[in-house]
Write a protein that binds this ligand. Structure first.
Ligand code: NAD
Length: 647
């Protein structure tokens, strides 16, 4: 049983597009009248927008925010607070603007409304990192946490792709480390996984089209979720390293996160296998085949997005590495895998050179690469639907193989099974249809294809015994042609979904005999029997004679029979009559009418029974409706078929 402690925090969060227009309202809701705008130097246009939104509440602006929150900048900004008489802070921008706002809040107690425009996630944490004389220290306090976060997706549309990628990976790092944090809790876990899923999907879309508002919204939401994780649970090695590299070597914050994350994950992978599996699944999305190896998948994502991959390219020298190792291992902190100087030296060397980290799970990495090769082999398929179906099929097949740790012998057996299924399939015996039926796939496709009009009669599977061009018959004919069995008088109507009769509809009927065999299964049978084609009369009506259907086994002497045996399943179908009904301007209805109370109604071997198709076939005594002479009782089937509009 899991035990956990979760601390929730009351932060008002407004998310949308064009929400900057609500800035004044949000500041006033805090009871404030004089807002000091804080941002980084180049964002004059944004300051103008904020001034406009705040109107008379604008007390002034300070645009000198810098990365890693240098204390001298904070001191200058404090003067601006005093000079303007501000009673609240409005930070606009990335983590640098937010950091300055936090640094002022903790010194003055002023409330903050923050408008984040990157994915750093700082807005959701009570943590402040400050730099003094090249050393970065962090502290945490409730008053550091902003009171209101206002996310305006439209302000992120111009965030350059490179910053979007690095900032997005910064958010991903919060989520990744939350999943192996020492104080896990279910809320944080779910937030983290959702953040990873959103980022893995949004960042490639942003790289392809920076103005894609939906992708921007996904990334910004992920930033909020990931920031919330960062503000809830303690972070490990990755954050410690980035903190050291940023604070002591002046490396750019988000870029450093981007370079280091895959390597920190690879370092921790052996000690956080479950977290890595969940991260891998979130990175690849549901139904996408074998989950990748998480660290290499993150590296590959960054590579595909052309993000930074080496500390050397960020300006770090090889001579800096020993000092970085020393700083990163100076004080102990919680991390799933013990932090050793040798381990960190190797990690930093890899990150400095920009190598792809060694896969934590080589098997997963190999399977994922293989899947990628196969799916990309479909990229040039001219028909997009073919490409989509084959890609998805292969993903599921590879996922099936991986999830079940499939052996060579098992796969050989499957191939042999399918080969025999093919050999048995021909014009009179269709083993593949039986296979599809007994696995319920025929019914699933039938539901998807034919069940979109609720008012129409439900469809049911075609089955393997339909024969094109059944013999034409007249109303009142007996399609059983004198065969043994309980006589059945069939009296049906065909209408549209409003109940208006459909004249001259083509109605094909087929069923098994009293022994449970279709004519095509009987080598000695001379010509078709118990199958016919009718046309409805002017009132949509049709009457004919047949036999009350009985349950019958599907052919069980082939591979499908072996499958049923292997799963202790019976081969029987619930008793039914088949109908295929077509009319111009209507969707062709393929269905079956099942005998209420009949055997196997609840466990039809092809999963074909639907409640609305279970019908009474009541026993009748006395004269028949058309005066036909019948010995003893007979049965009656009365039903109205409703056809959906369509081609
Ligand atoms: P940043 O705030 O420095 O922004 C990077 C650059 O992008 C800046 O030049 C900025 O002006 C520009 N920019 C921001 N938004 C833009 C937009 N929408 N369009 C165009 N340009 C835009 O970088 P960052 O990565 O967001 O933040 C890094 C800082 O945040 C670091 O100091 C880091 O320590 C801190 N941080 C703190 C926490 C925390 O919880 N305390 C968490 C994450 C980051």
């Amino acid at each position: 049983m899991r035990e956990f402690v979760h601390s929730g925090h009351l932060v008002r969060t407004v998310f949308g597009t064009g929400t900057l227009g609500r800035l004044r309202e949000e500041a006033e809701a805090l009871g404030r009248t004089r807002a000091l705008i804080l941002t980084t130097p180049t964002r004059t246009a944004l300051v103008e927008q904020a001034r406009e939104a705040l109107g008379a509440l604008t007390a002034g602006e300070f645009t000198g925010a810098r990365m890693h929150t240098p204390v001298d900048v904070t001191e200058r900004a404090l003067e601006a607070v005093r000079e303007t008489g501000a009673d609240c802070l409005v930070a606009l921008g990335g983590g640098s603007a937010v950091g300055l706002s936090k640094a002022l809040a903790v010194r003055t107690g002023l409330p903050q409304v923050v408008v984040p425009t990157t994915y750093a996630g700082s807005e959701a944490t009570p943590v402040l990192g400050e730099t003094r004389d090249g050393v970065k220290t962090t502290r945490s306090a409730p008053e550091i946490r902003p009171r209101t976060i206002l996310y305006d997706v439209s302000l992120t549309l111009n965030l350059p792709v490179r910053t979007s990628v690095t900032s997005g990976v910064n958010a991903m790092a919060h989520a990744v480390e939350a999943l192996y944090a020492p104080q896990p809790d279910p809320i944080t876990d779910e937030l983290a996984l959702r953040a990873i899923r959103l980022l893995a999907s949004a960042l490639p879309r942003i790289a392809a089209d920076p103005g894609d508002g939906e992708a921007r919204a996904d990334a910004l939401e992920a930033a909020w979720l990931a920031g919330t994780c960062l503000g809830t649970v303690g972070m490990g090695l990755h954050h410690k390293l980035c903190h050291t590299l940023g604070g002591s070597f002046g490396l750019p914050h988000a870029d450093t996160h981007t370079v280091v994350l895959p390597h920190a994950m690879a370092y921790n992978a052996p000690a956080a296998e479950d977290a890595m599996r969940r991260i891998a699944r979130a990175l690849s999305g549901p139904g996408s085949g074998p989950a990748p190896d998480a660290p290499t998948a993150v590296y590959d994502l960054i590579t595909a997005l052309d993000g930074p991959r080496s500390l050397r390219d960020l300006g770090m020298t090889a001579e800096d590495l020993p000092r970085a190792v020393e700083l990163a291992t100076a004080t102990p902190y919680p991390n799933p895998r013990p932090v050793t100087a040798d381990g960190i030296a190797a990690l930093l060397q890899d990150a400095w050179s920009g190598h792809r980290p060694p896969p934590g799970d080589p098997l997963a990495a190999q399977l994922h690469t293989l899947l990628g090769e196969v799916t990309s082999s479909f990229d040039r398929a001219p028909d997009p639907r073919t490409r989509q179906l084959l890609t998805d099929l292969v993903r599921h097949l590879h996922g099936f193989a991986a999830d079940n740790d499939l052996t060579q012998a098992e796969w050989n057996l499957a191939i042999e099974f399918l080969t025999r299924t093919g050999h048995l399939s021909g014009p009179t015996r269709q083993e593949f249809i039986l296979l599809s039926d007994t696995l319920g796939v025929s019914s699933a496709v039938d539901v998807l294809t034919n069940s979109r009009t609720a008012e129409a009669t439900p469809s049911a599977v075609l089955g393997p015994f339909y024969v094109e061009g059944p013999p034409p018959r007249a109303h009142g004919d007996d399609i059983a042609a004198g065969l043994d069995g309980a006589p059945l008088y069939v009296d049906v109507r065909v209408t549209d979904i409003e109940g208006a009769p459909i004249a001259d509809a083509v109605v094909d009927v087929w069923q098994a005999n009293a022994d449970g065999f279709y004519d095509v299964q009987l080598p000695d049978q001379d010509g078709p029997v118990l199958r016919a084609r009718f046309h409805t009369d002017a009132d949509g009506g049709l009457v004919f004679w047949s036999l009350v259907p009985v349950p019958y086994p599907i052919p069980a002497d082939g591979p499908v029979g072996r499958l049923l045996d292997a799963t202790a399943r019976h081969p029987f179908r619930a008793p039914h009559v088949h109908f295929m009904i077509g009319a111009p301007g209507r969707k062709t209805l393929i269905t079956q009418l099942f005998v209420a109370g009949g055997q196997y109604i609840d466990d039809d071997t092809v999963f074909g029974v639907k409640d609305a198709l279970v019908v009474d076939y009541p026993e009748q005594k006395g004269p028949t409706p058309d005066g036909r002479a019948v010995d003893g009782p007979w049965h009656r089937l009365t039903y109205t078929f409703r056809l959906a509009p369509g081609a």
